[in-house]
Structures are given as structure tokens and as C-alpha cells.
Ligand binder design. Structure first.
Ligand code: PXP
Length: 248
């Protein structure tokens, strides 16, 4: 694996969504994670939400124990989640904003206005050896604040770009893409590693994968949906192929 290879993190939250629809143990997110590993995922991402609507505490425990690839633990900046992260010490912790009423993570984290609290919040996670990532919009003040508080990674929120694409709003889509590209360059110049994700599909992944500064993509909902039609292994392999093609 070369240094410039773009990593793919597969988010398995929505395997748990389907499981929880019936309240039993099937389908098992850990089984999906192992399958994703075998299909070429470079990491597994799971978001333990405050309301436990998909991933459970037991899922995190199982993933932390059984994965061969790095676990990227997504969580809100709360004391409860910090304690769980410090117990499992995952490879990476991605701090996301979280509102109970939202269907998914709707916006980026407000770092600039919460700088002192977040600096204190991430320090023990870093001390425990976790790579700390902040999920933010393509916004200069947020990126500069992320660098100031000592985050190692930012994950840029690609949701707006994907929404504009889906709505056929070409100019808005191009504008957001340009903002994502410029902010990737800025973040790299400030010493931050750049990841990206949210809402990515086969149709939207390539322009983002082509940014040389972006080192990792985290993709979930589309891949789990596509797995219904073609199976999880081929769904992931096709995403990998498109990423590699864009990178070349
Ligand atoms: N990155 C982060 C930080 C997220 O919160 C999510 C959604 O949980 C994703 C990536 C993946 O988004 P999607 O499921 O839309 O691919």
C-alpha cells in the first residue's frame, strides 16, 4: 500500500439500523465489518449515538476486540462518549455534532465557537493514543480552529455537495466542490490530515477522491443500501475501483 493510496472507511451503522428494526441480533454489524475488511475496507467506522438508534455499546465492544483494520469511533463531544472511547482506545475518534431530532449528522461541528471546551475534551483522547478527527464543514474558521486545538485530522462534510448533486443544482454543486478542494488545501497547509465523507455514492465519489490532499473517505449509507442489490462485497469493491480510478 503506497502512502498516497486513498483509504476507504466503511461505516456499518445502517446494518445495525436494519437489525434494530426487529430488535434481535440479525444482521450482525460485526459480520458486516469482517466482510468489509475482506472486500478491501481500510477501516471500519461506527457511530455510537446518544440514543443508541443503530450501533450499540456491545457492537463497539465487539468491533474494538475483533477487527483487524482500524476502528474509527464516531461520537459526540460528551463525557459519556469520552469515557467509552477511553475504555476501548480505538485507533481513531471522530467528533461529530449530534442532535437527537436529526435523521443523520446534518452539519459540521462548531469548533471556532467552542474552542476551549473542545481543546480540553480532545486532550485525554490524544493522550490515550487515539487519532482525533473533527467532522466539519468546508469553512476556513473551523479548520483554523481545528488546527489550533491540536486535532490531527479533519473530516470534511460532503453532505451539501451530494445534496446539490442529487437535486441537479450544477452551479451550487461545483461551488461546494471548489470550496471542499480549497479547504482541503488549507487544512493540509496547517498540518491537518484531511478525510471526507457523508452522502457519497458511486456518482459523487470521484471528484472528491481526486483531491490529492484527501487521505480517507468514510462511506456508509449508500454502500449498505447498494448491498441489498449487489451484495456488500461487490458494492465495496466497486466503490474502491471508482476511488482508485479517480486517484489515477
Ligand atoms: N462521516 C461522518 C463523520 C458521518 O457522521 C457519517 C454518517 O454517519 C459518514 C461519514 C458516512 O455518511 P454516509 O452514511 O452518508 O455515507
Amino acid at each position: 500500500m503506497t502512502e498516497s493510496r486513498l483509504r476507504l472507511g466503511v461505516n456499518i451503522d445502517h446494518v445495525a439500523t436494519v437489525r434494530n428494526a426487529r430488535g434481535g441480533a440479525y444482521p450482525d454489524p460485526l459480520r458486516a465489518a469482517k466482510l468489509a475488511e475482506a472486500a478491501g475496507a481500510d477501516g471500519i467506522t461506527a457511530h455510537l449515538r446518544e440514543d443508541r438508534r443503530h450501533i450499540s455499546d456491545a457492537d463497539i465492544e465487539g468491533l474494538a476486540e475483533a477487527l483487524s483494520v482500524p476502528l474509527n469511533f464516531e461520537m459526540a463531544a460528551t463525557d459519556e462518549m469520552q469515557a467509552i472511547a477511553l475504555r476501548h482506545k480505538p485507533h481513531a475518534v471522530c467528533i461529530v455534532p449530534e442532535k437527537r431530532e436529526e435523521r443523520t449528522t446534518e452539519g459540521g461541528l462548531e469548533v471556532a465557537q467552542d474552542e476551549a471546551r473542545l481543546a480540553g475534551f480532545i486532550a485525554p483522547l490524544r493522550d490515550a493514543g487515539c487519532r482525533v478527527s473533527l467532522f466539519i464543514g468546508a469553512d476556513r474558521p473551523q479548520i483554523e480552529a481545528a488546527a489550533r486545538i491540536g486535532a490531527e485530522v479533519i473530516e470534511l462534510h460532503t453532505g451539501a455537495y451530494c445534496d446539490f448533486h442529487a437535486e441537479g443544482r450544477v452551479a451550487a454543486c461545483d461551488e461546494e466542490l471548489a470550496r471542499l478542494r480549497d479547504m482541503s488545501t488549507l487544512a493540509t497547509s496547517l498540518g491537518l490530515e484531511v478525510h471526507a465523507g457523508h452522502g457519497l455514492t458511486y456518482d459523487t465519489v470521484q471528484p472528491i477522491a481526486a483531491f490529492p490532499e484527501v487521505r480517507e473517505l468514510n462511506i456508509g449509507h449508500f454502500l449498505i443500501g447498494e448491498a441489498i442489490f449487489r451484495g456488500l462485497d461487490p458494492a465495496i469493491r466497486e466503490m474502491r475501483r471508482l476511488m482508485d480510478e479517480a486517484r489515477a
